[in-house]
Design a protein around this ligand. Structure first.
Ligand SMILES: [Zn+2]
Length: 182
């Protein structure tokens, strides 16, 4: 059976043999860590790398369900520790139109999972998928503002970073980012 992953592995073999430039280990020499960190959805229709024409060393990208700040916060805090708070200067939150997160509620996902795995009900009730119903721009803006607030109100986030958190909604039809007014 044809496997997509096997096809991708073959691409990696060619890449490693023909294109790859060895990267610098930490401690081996200077490593220029990007100053921008972006939270974005894992949806393939809203690929940050594609719509920002992003090169690998230009931004750190945390992609998760919805681009929600809560599920990316641990990675942000870890990066701050690893870089001794010297690298990151700007935090960008990007949600997108027609996100899967806006068409099903966390409660519905929990109920469906619990009907299949009733023995796991207590654990499933703790799952937070960060969903929010409603695809209009005002609703997207409201949820992005919630995520900005979550970072800005966290005692764990550095004050300089809090001052440079911005949120956007990516329109998957036009390809444009719109700034969320705060
Ligand atoms: Zn999405």
């Amino acid at each position: 059976m044809a496997s997509k992953w096997n096809e991708l592995l073959e691409r990696n073999r060619v890449y490693a043999e023909t294109k790859h430039q060895p990267k610098t280990f930490m401690g081996e020499g200077p490593v220029a860590i990007p100053s921008v960190i972006i939270f974005a959805c894992l949806d393939f229709r809203a690929s940050v790398e594609e719509f920002l024409d992003l090169k690998p060393d230009e931004a750190l990208v945390i992609r998760n369900l919805g681009g929600r700040a809560k599920s990316g916060l641990h990675a942000l805090l870890f990066l701050e520790e690893v870089t001794k708070s010297q690298a990151l200067k700007e935090v960008i939150i990007i949600h997108h139109t027609n996100c899967g997160c806006t068409v099903i509620t966390t409660a519905d996902v929990r109920e469906s999972l619990k009907s299949k795995y009733p023995q796991m009900a207590d654990e499933i009730d703790q799952f937070d998928f960060g969903t929010y119903i409603g695809g209009d721009l005002e609703n997207h803006n409201r949820v992005v503002r919630e995520d900005i607030k979550l970072l800005q109100e966290s005692p764990l986030v550095r004050e300089e970073l809090k001052a440079h958190v911005r949120g956007y909604v990516f329109d998957i039809k036009t390809g444009k980012l719109s700034l969320v007014p705060q």
